[in-house]
Design a protein around this ligand. Structure first.
Ligand code: ZN
Length: 389
């Protein structure tokens, strides 16, 4: 049995709990209170946090864990993600998705990689299906995938309003959402569908029509990349008010090759200040997707999206004046709830998994604990993935 006691922790659960101690036994938080005594029988490791902020590990619901890209030919396929790329920026729960390439990339590989990351120390899930319809799934039926495969939480990412989309009809989308909903109900999961939103003029209007005109609850729809354009961002505000989740992409920034986007931290701030229901807002990284940037000599360069944008935008949102508990709701609690993982994930509370970030004095990630194990200390990965150097 392992035991870890965090002393003098300024806990944001995400709501502020003040200065407390946090007792972790094996992979769970078992007690949160002032002045906890280390249980003598457990040979507890004691870590004095020294009054620094302690927050839940981030839940990133959109990562190309086996790589993505490939849109400029096979050389532009991005590599698989390494464990410490995620943990060093505080991501302790991840949901893997395919991307544009549903031909040389497969849901089966996604499942294997999710299991590998879980073995290596974090918690990883996947969405089944592909950018295009008909979906490429594991059992040839998305609903069966959700019901029969533990790691499979829903369907995605399915592309809409994009030149790369298979241009699904409204009827096809309704069928897809119903498959996810039923699969979720029969397996006790959230049964969500994540939609990749492109820059197309139609934006998320078809999803809004479905939410308004059918019986399918809007909580099953998660359009992502909603900060890609001002128009899409405006529609997203309305969709959140209808009860749908809207997902900001931290990797969509001006410096990442998106000149007309809404900066992710700014997007959080605007939604908060305009009174959009913040329990409907999430953020994900799109890590290991491919971005193409134009060099000064006019040549294109392919880069893999870094998960570091996630932590950078969390910090920027706080520094821009959004209260820390609100930001943590967006990156921990809400993605956990949207995907049916709360309260096991997304909160520092008794009974939850011991997935914890200790910030440095400047909202940077200093220490990361996942399932009770110290994976990062003083910004350095103590545990690396199987094939990481
Ligand atoms: Zn996408």
């Amino acid at each position: 049995m392992s035991c870890l006691l965090l002393k003098n922790a300024d806990v944001y659960a995400p709501e502020p709990l003040g200065l407390v101690d946090v007792l972790i036994v094996n992979d769970k938080i078992v007690k949160i209170a002032p002045q906890i005594q280390a249980p003598a029988e457990l040979a507890c490791k004691v870590l004095d946090v020294g009054g620094r902020k302690v927050v839940p590990g981030y839940v990133d619901q959109h990562v190309h864990i086996i790589g993505g890209g490939g849109e400029s030919g096979p050389y532009s396929r991005t590599p698989e993600i390494f464990l410490s790329e995620l943990t060093r920026v505080g991501i302790t729960t991840v949901i893997g998705v395919l991307g544009t390439d549903g031909t040389t990339r497969h849901s089966e590989s996604l499942l294997a990689k999710a299991r590998a990351l879980t073995h290596e120390g974090i918690t990883a899930y996947m969405l089944t299906g592909s950018y295009e319809l008909p979906l490429h799934t594991i059992t040839d039926d998305a609903r069966r995938d959700i019901i029969l495969i533990n790691e499979c939480l829903g369907i995605g990412e399915v592309a809409l309003s994009d030149h790369r989309s298979s241009q699904p009809t409204r009827a096809e989308l309704e069928k897809l959402l119903t498959q996810a909903r039923l699969g979720g109900m029969l397996s006790g999961k959230a049964g969500v569908v994540q939609f990749h939103m492109g820059v197309g003029e139609r934006g998320i209007s078809v999803l809004m029509d479905i939410a308004r005109e059918t019986e399918i609850p809007a909580k099953h729809f998660i359009p992502t990349h909603i900060n890609r354009s001002a128009k899409l961002f405006e529609q997203a505000k309305e969709f959140a008010r209808l009860g749908g989740y809207v997902d900001i992409t931290s990797g969509i920034r001006e410096q990442d090759g998106f000149p007309v986007c809404v900066k992710p931290s700014e997007a959080i701030k605007i939604l908060y200040e305009e009174g959009v229901p913040m329990d409907r807002v999430t953020m994900s990284s799109d890590a290991n997707g491919c971005m193409s940037i134009t060099l000064p000599d006019g040549m294109q360069k392919q880069l893999a999206v870094s998960p570091a944008s996630f932590q950078e935008e969390v910090r920027d949102a706080v520094l821009a004046g959004v209260p820390l508990p609100v930001v943590l709701q967006v990156v921990c609690t809400n993605p956990a709830k949207a995907n049916g993982l709360y309260p096991q994930k997304g909160a520092v509370r008794v009974g939850s998994d011991a997935d914890i970030i200790i910030y440095d004095g400047d909202y940077g990630v200093d220490t990361v604990i996942a399932k009770g194990n110290l994976l990062v200390e003083a910004g350095t990965a103590l545990v690396k993935g199987t094939f990481e150097r």
